[in-house]
Design a protein around this ligand. Structure first.
Ligand SMILES: O=C(O)[C@H]1NCC[C@@H]1O
Length: 354
């Protein structure tokens, strides 16, 4: 088959492979970025933030992306044991961990030959994220990749029952936990809402108000690096934290009021660390987590005890499925006033339509 002809354009062509994990998009950027400087994956994250942010907007924003688009930029890792390094991007900037992306990238790395000699029944792919090394285990048989499970960086409960004042809601108690990124957790019931049935706009507004309150009233600190020391978002839950065979639902609102369609891999990691800290789940008890937005599922379990600085931590395993949706080459024309991208806020009455 002939390679499709590129349309008229000026400047670089950005090539991507698009996937989704439990409905959450992942745009894997495979070509077109200039050299990304920095000795470490974390310093490369600062470099793209400072010097190449216009490319994030081109690929994440409309008309090539949308408000809730998510991207992964493959970079060189400084760790000899890493198969690849990655930077994550969204509607506001660059995150430090992304579980749904790891699930997609695990498949991508095997399918696109980033790991040599894949093995059945599982191939290990070491992915160096800004938060550290994450180990993905990709089901592989008869030349085909399948489900992916991953072991994340040490996850820990940072603070529980923290009181913050949320405008229009008064004093609210939240838990703050780390799963490669920090999240605030609170039951949607506290606001008279339900993560599965309430209007998305109401859930997003409440979660955003909680995020803003925590950001302004609580000092978040990661023991190992100041670049990891920030609140990424708020996860509203159905409050079902004690272990049960029944799935528990949550909705994650992160970055600039961006909504995760999936159950959130780093959120599941942080939530299990919190549940384990509270004695609500034991090692190797597998819990199912459901996205309140579209009902897609991940499973998760705490598999090992560890430490992160002064915190008692756990290694969490998360498992899910990713699928390919396409490949694309994006271009810009210099006379296009909208070439750099724009965003329209999508908050709506229903999660899905059509
Ligand atoms: O699965 C995750 O961890 C991510 N999904 C979007 C927000 C988080 O980075």
């Amino acid at each position: 088959m002939e390679t499709p002809r590129l349309p008229p354009h000026d400047g670089p062509v950005l090539s991507v492979v698009d996937m989704h994990t439990g409905g959450e998009p992942l745009r894997i950027i495979t070509d077109g970025y200039p050299e990304i400087r920095g000795d470490t994956v974390l310093s490369k994250r600062s470099y793209v933030e400072c010097y190449l942010d216009c490319l994030r907007k081109v690929l994440m924003f409309e008309p090539r992306g949308h408000y809730d688009m998510y991207g992964a930029l493959l970079v060189q890792s400084e760790l000899p044991e890493a198969d690849l390094g990655v930077l994550f991007m969204h509607n506001e900037g660059y995150s430090t961990m992304c579980g749904h992306a790891i699930i997609a990238l695990g498949r991508y790395a095997v399918d696109y030959g980033l790991v040599r000699s894949p093995r059945s029944p599982e191939t290990q792919v070491n992915i160096h994220c800004p938060c550290g090394l994450v180990k993905a285990f990709v089901e592989y048989s008869n030349g085909k990749t399948g489900a992916v499970r991953f072991h994340s960086v040490p996850a820990f409960a940072f603070a529980t029952d923290v009181k913050v004042t949320v405008p229009e809601h008064g004093e609210v108690k939240v838990d703050i936990s780390y799963g490669g990124a920090f999240y605030a957790f609170v039951s949607a019931e506290r606001f008279g809402l339900d993560v599965r049935t309430s209007r998305p706009r109401d859930l997003v507004d409440v979660a955003t108000a909680v995020t803003n309150a925590v950001k302004s009233q609580v000092k978040i600190r990661h023991p190992e690096h100041k670049d990891l020391s920030f609140l990424y978002g708020t996860i509203l839950t159905d409050g079902k934290d004690s272990f049960s065979e029944e799935p528990t639902a949550n909705v994650c609102v992160f970055a600039d009021a961006q909504v995760d369609r999936s159950p959130t891999g780093s959120g599941v990691t942080a939530r299990i660390a919190l549940q384990h800290h509270k004695g609500l789940i034991q090692f190797n008890q597998t819990r199912t987590f459901k996205s309140g937005a579209i009902g897609s599922v991940f499973t998760g379990k705490a598999v090992q005890e560890t430490r992160c600085g002064e915190f008692r931590a756990v290694v969490v395993e998360v498992r899910g499925h990713a699928h390919y949706t396409g490949v694309a080459s994006f271009v810009q024309e210099s006379d296009d006033d909208l070439r750099e991208g724009f965003l329209l806020s999508p908050a709506g009455d229903n999660w899905t339509s059509g």
